[in-house]
Design a protein around this ligand. Structure first.
Ligand code: C2O
Ligand code: CU
Length: 463
């Protein structure tokens, strides 16, 4: 097997040249998701297209839509000038398919490929994105929606996937700012864009009919921005969070908060009249409300007034952790600008804040900055776990656990909904609980991707 790398290399160059992928021993070929450089019209008409990194030449990447229980089988073909890998965010996945370069697989070098093949146990709204140098690669555009359909989907007229993002573009050339690791972004709130849009565009032209019932699958793909949303000319219910159905649909009253990587599924009825607009509004930094998505209401649909939607069918394996017997841990989130972080371990060494900053590290989780050799914790398969997340920083963080969903545990011992990403606010400790029932090495990190890259990344192991 000494010549395997060369053989593999030749095979991959072949695929780059457009030759069909042959099947090597141990390597499957499925429909490709080819990561490559392309251009997309993100900024309004009149501006140049923006150079982005894409899957299959589109931005966002192709929507992948499969039935619950099906297998997702796609081969990542890397035609980028950098190594990459794909993470399937929110999927309770086979660990080897989780896509985390350096933990669950090696990054796929330029010209090579990797076959992803895994089951989809849960219906819901998920997404996929690069998980090699994700601070840069997600900002460059490497993401798409992953929709797993229920056996019996809810009664709606239409299903709209809305991927929210912001892009940091040069206002003259409309090209991405390529300094992804700016120390100001790393040590403060992260990389914020100056152009905010949906589905890879500054503005999209959507239409709707009065009384139409829509399912909106809203995904926050931004590196750092927390979206605060409101409905206007639409009324409805939240039916799922982070892919997982709520036991009871919850009427939308007031604001919806969507931290980076979180998803929210709404079922909404269009109340705006023909000629008016139904709008998903977003709070601006100046506290004014801006249109994130506008539906132009064309006419009235024939079938008005429906009952509130039934809950979405529950996903399997949703047991609650037993708090009395759960292993209790605490994770201290520390660092960033204006913090009291004096020192942390980084790459096996104790470093003070200055030395850490020189390494581009600004954050720590319980005294460890970035991935240590040892996991934050090891659990046995089936162990019940509760982890207190203490945010000792002055910034919010969107903490994401791979491979398993968790629930917030409230002070009175009740549980919040199932989530894979939770927003943590400074000085408001929250506790999460879950049953560690998916074996493997799973990242636990902040989804403000600049924070993840500069210290707020750790992992747990379930064996
Ligand atoms: Cu969506 Cu480790 O991330
Ligand atoms: Cu963070």
């Amino acid at each position: 097997m000494a010549d395997f790398p060369m053989t593999r290399r030749a095979f991959c160059l072949g695929s780059v040249a457009g030759v069909a992928l042959p099947t090597l021993a141990g390597a499957q070929s499925f429909p490709p998701l080819t990561a490559r450089v392309t251009h997309a019209q993100i900024a309004p008409e009149g501006y140049d297209p923006t150079e982005v990194w894409s899957y299959n030449g589109g931005f966002p990447g192709p929507e992948i839509r499969l039935a619950q229980g099906a297998r997702l089988q796609r081969t990542l073909v890397n035609e980028l000038p950098a190594p990459t890998s794909i993470h399937w965010h929110g999927i309770r996945i086979d660990n080897a398919m989780d896509g985390v370069a350096g933990l669950t697989q090696s990054a796929v070098p330029t010209g090579e490929s990797f076959a992803y093949d895994f089951a989809l146990p849960d219906a819901g709204t998920y997404w996929y994105h690069a998980h090699t140098n994700s601070m840069e690669q997600v900002a460059r555009g490497l993401y798409g929606a992953l929709i797993v359909e229920e056996d019996s989907p809810p009664d709606v007229d239409r299903d709209e996937v809305l991927i929210l993002d912001d892009w940091l573009l040069d206002p003259e050339t409309a090209q991405l700012d390529l300094q992804f690791d700016h120390p100001m972004a790393l040590s403060h709130g992260g990389r914020f864009g100056n152009l905010i849009g949906t589905n890879g565009r500054y503005a999209d032209d959507l239409k709707a009919r009065q009384s139409e019932r829509l399912r909106l699958r809203i995904i926050n793909a931004a590196n750092a921005r927390i979206f605060v949303l409101r409905l206007d000319g639409l009324t409805g219910w939240t039916v799922a969070l982070d892919g997982m159905p709520l036991e009871n649909p919850e009427p939308v009253e007031g604001e919806l908060i969507l931290a980076p990587a979180q998803r929210i599924d709404l079922i909404v009825d269009v109340t705006a009249a023909p000629g008016e607009q139904a709008t998903l509004l977003r709070a601006g930094d100046d506290d004014a409300w801006y249109a994130q998505i506008i539906f132009d209401v064309t006419d009235a649909a024939p079938d008005p007034a429906r009952d509130a939607p039934a809950p979405l069918p529950a996903n399997p394996r949703m047991a609650l952790p037993d708090l009395a017997k759960a292993t209790q841990l605490e994770m201290r989130m520390e660092g960033g600008a204006m913090s009291g972080l004096r020192s942390a371990r980084y790459q096996g060494q104790d470093m003070d804040f200055r030395a850490l900053a020189q390494q581009g590290q600004f954050w720590a989780l319980s005294g460890q900055s970035g991935m240590g050799d040892a996991p934050f914790a090891r659990f046995s398969n089936g162990e019940h776990v509760r982890i207190k997340l203490a945010n000792d920083t002055v910034f919010p963080h969107a903490m994401h656990l791979h491979g398993m969903h968790f629930r917030q545990i409230f002070a009175d011992g009740t549980f919040g909904p199932m989530r894979d990403t939770i927003l943590s606010i400074p000085n408001e400790p929250i506790e999460i609980g879950f049953i560690a029932d998916n074996p493997g090495k799973w990242l636990l990190h902040c989804h403000m991707l600049a924070h993840a890259a500069s210290g707020m990344t750790t992992w747990i192991e379930v064996a």
